[in-house]
Design a protein. Structure first.
Length: 539
C-alpha cells in the first residue's frame, strides 16, 4: 500500500533527502534518538492540554475532515486533512478573518508544539498543513499559528514564495512514490545526523566510501564543487593541497577554512599550523563549561576547573530547579572573585552567550567578567588543523587523549539525562552529568596546554608541520642539493636575460642589424657557420 506524504516526510526532506526517501519508500525505521522521543512526548501532553482547554460552546467540531463546511462554520479541532496523496494532522482550524471569494469557509491552521521556542522544522510542518488545507479549500491560508509549551501563540506568515518552494519538494516526493528509485539518495552527513534514526547506517556507509561529508564543515555546495573536479573522497582531497606563499591579508578578506589541509592532516596524522597559536600559559588558569537547556534558556550546571601551580580542582554548581539558577550563578561569581586576574577559558560561543544572559538577569551589564573570557576555538579554527574530522571539543579532546565515560556522549545526551533526572531525581543521572561536565573542563585544559606547546616547541616536533613552509626531511647531501636547486630556481625564469644580463655594443645598432638571418652569404655581416651535428654521447 502506498504511503501518503505527511508533514514528517516533507520536513525530513528539508533536513536530508535520504531520510525522506527511507521514511516514504522503505520499511526501515532505524533507531530513534531519545531526545526526539522526549520532544514528541512533550508535544502530545501539550496537545492534550490545549485541546481540553478549547471551548465546545463556540460551535467547534473535532475529528476527520473530508469536506470543509460552507460559510458560517465554526473552528475544527484535531482535524486530519487528506487529499489524493497527502495527509496532515492539525490541532485546530480557525475561520480566517479575511473573507475570500469561494463557496466554502476559509480556515487557518494551528499546530501545538513540544518546545518553548519555535523551530524551523515546526514552521515547515505548519507550512505543509497549510498546503494540504489549500488543496481542500482552493485557497492556501496566508497565516497560521504555533503554540509553545508555555502557552504562547506565535503567528507564522505563510506566503506564496514558501508554498512554491514546498511544492517543488512535494513534486519530488510524488515522483518517488510513482517510480521509486533503485537506490536511495546519496549519504550526505550534516548537523541533523546525531538525531536521525538512520545515523548509524549512514555514518558507516560514509566511512566506507570515505565521503567528503565526513568533514564537518563541508557544505553540500562545496562537496558538489569538489566532485565536479573529480574529487570524491577525503583521501583524494588531501592530495589537492598545495602550500602557497603567505601574503599580508586584507582586513576585509575573511580567512577561509581549508578543507584540503584538514584532509591532509587526517591522511598524514600530523597537526598543521596555518598560523602559530599565540596562547601564553598563565600561572593560574580557569576553565568554564556550562550545561543548560537552550529551549528554556536556563543553565542548570556551571562547571569550573581551576589550575594553579600544577594543582587542579573542579567545582560544580548544580541547580535542582529553574529558580535555583540565580543562586548557582552567584556562587560561581564568588569563586571567580578569588582569582581576579586569571583568564576564563571556554570553547565556542555557548558560554559567552550564557554569561551575557546571566549578567543581564542577575547583575549589571557593566560587569568586567566578559573581559576575562578567552575562547580557545578562536585559536584553533582556521589556524590549527588537528588530524580530526571536526573542530568540536570532543573530537579534538579524544585525539589528545581525553576519554569520556560515555563513548559517544554529546550535548543531546546531556539533555536526555537532565530530563530523566527532572522526572525521577535519580542520582545516577546526576552523576553522569557531573562526570560529563568535568571531562569537558579537563578537555579544555588539555587543549590549552597543547596550544601552548605548539607555540613553544612545534617547530621541532616531527608530528607538527606548517601549511606555508612544510618541513623538509633529508640527509646532509640532500639538503645541500636542495639549497643548490633553490639557487638555480631563483634565476630560472623567462626574463632572466633582461633582468640579470646586460649586453653593450661598441657601435650603435643599425636597422640592417635586424635583417640578419642564419645562413647568409659568406662575407656578409650576418653570416655564421651552422654548428656541426652531435656525433658523441657523454654519460
Amino acid at each position: 500500500m502506498t504511503r501518503p506524504i505527511t508533514a514528517e516526510v516533507a520536513v525530513a526532506y528539508a533536513l536530508c533527502p535520504r531520510k525522506a526517501y527511507l521514511l516514504l519508500c522503505t520499511d526501515e525505521q532505524g533507531a530513534p534518538h531519545d531526545y526526539p522521543r522526549i520532544l514528541a512526548a512533550d508535544q502530545h501532553r501539550n496537545q492534550a492540554s490545549y485541546l481540553n482547554g478549547l471551548q465546545p460552546s463556540q460551535g467547534g467540531r473535532s475529528g476527520y475532515v473530508g469536506t470543509l463546511p460552507r460559510r458560517g462554520g465554526g473552528p475544527l479541532s484535531a482535524a486530519i486533512l487528506k487529499t489524493s496523496d497527502c495527509e496532515a494532522y492539525c490541532d485546530e482550524l480557525t475561520p480566517a478573518l479575511r473573507v475570500t471569494a469561494g463557496p466554502g469557509q476559509q480556515y487557518e491552521p494551528t499546530l501545538v508544539s513540544g518546545t518553548h521556542n519555535i523551530t524551523h522544522e515546526q514552521q515547515l510542518a505548519l507550512l505543509f498543513i497549510g498546503y494540504v488545507l489549500g488543496q481542500l479549500q482552493n485557497v492556501p491560508p496566508s497565516a497560521g499559528a504555533l503554540v509553545g509549551l508555555d502557552g504562547r501563540v506565535h503567528k507564522v506568515s505563510l506566503n506564496q514564495r514558501r508554498y512554491a518552494e514546498l511544492e517543488g519538494v512535494i513534486d519530488t516526493l510524488r515522483t518517488w512514490m510513482q517510480t521509486p528509485a533503485v537506490d536511495a539518495p546519496p549519504v550526505i552527513l550534516n548537523k541533523h545526523c546525531p538525531l536521525c534514526p538512520f545515523r548509524v547506517d549512514c555514518r558507516a556507509k560514509a566511512e566506507h566510501d570515505d565521503d567528503l561529508s565526513l568533514l564537518e564543515r563541508m557544505t553540500p555546495k562545496a562537496r558538489q564543487r569538489y566532485r565536479d573536479h573529480g574529487i570524491f573522497s577525503v583521501k583524494q582531497l588531501s592530495y589537492a593541497f598545495r602550500p602557497r606563499r603567505r601574503r599580508k591579508p586584507s582586513p576585509k578578506t575573511p580567512v577561509k577554512h581549508i578543507f584540503e589541509l584538514q584532509a591532509l592532516a587526517l591522511r598524514t596524522g600530523k597537526t598543521y599550523l596555518h598560523e602559530p597559536p599565540a596562547l601564553v600559559h598563565e600561572q593560574t588558569e580557569m576553565f568554564l563549561d556550562f550545561e543548560g537547556i537552550p529551549d528554556r534558556d536556563i543553565q542548570y550546571l556551571l562547571g569550573l576547573l581551576v589550575s594553579q601551580d600544577g594543582d587542579v580542582s573542579y567545582h560544580a554548581f548544580w541547580a535542582d530547579t529553574d529558580a535555583d539558577e540565580g543562586q548557582i550563578w552567584h556562587e560561581l561569581l564568588t569563586t571567580l572573585a578569588a582569582y581576579p586576574d586569571a583568564p576564563l577559558y571556554h570553547y565556542g560561543q555557548y558560554e559567552a552567550r550564557a554569561i551575557k544572559v546571566l549578567l543581564r538577569r542577575y547583575r549589571p551589564a557593566a560587569d568586567q567578567l566578559s573581559g576575562r573570557l578567552v575562547n580557545l576555538n578562536a585559536y584553533v579554527y582556521r589556524k590549527v588543523y588537528f588530524p580530526v574530522r571536526s573542530n568540536r571539543l570532543k573530537d579534538i579532546g579524544r585525539w589528545l587523549g581525553v576519554s569520556w565515560a560515555t563513548a559517544e556522549a554529546s550535548g543531546f545526551d546531556s539533555l536526555v539525562w537532565r530530563h530523566r533526572w527532572d522526572e525521577s531525581h535519580d542520582d545516577a543521572d546526576k552523576q553522569l552529568l557531573l562526570a560529563y561536565n568535568e571531562t569537558d573542563c579537563q578537555a579544555l585544559r588539555v587543549l590549552a596546554d597543547e596550544l601552548t606547546r605548539l607555540r613553544e616547541t612545534g617547530a621541532e616536533d616531527p608530528s607538527v608541520d606548517s601549511s606555508t613552509r612544510p618541513k623538509r626531511y633529508a640527509t646532509d647531501t640532500g639538503g645541500r642539493l636542495h639549497r643548490e636547486f633553490e639557487t638555480i630556481l631563483r634565476s630560472a625564469h623567462a626574463e632572466y636575460e633582461h633582468s640579470k644580463i646586460s649586453l653593450r655594443r661598441d657601435q650603435p645598432a643599425t636597422p640592417d642589424d635586424d635583417k640578419r638571418r642564419v645562413g647568409g652569404q659568406p662575407g656578409h655581416p650576418g653570416h655564421y657557420a651552422t654548428p656541426p651535428k652531435a656525433t658523441k654521447v657523454v654519460q
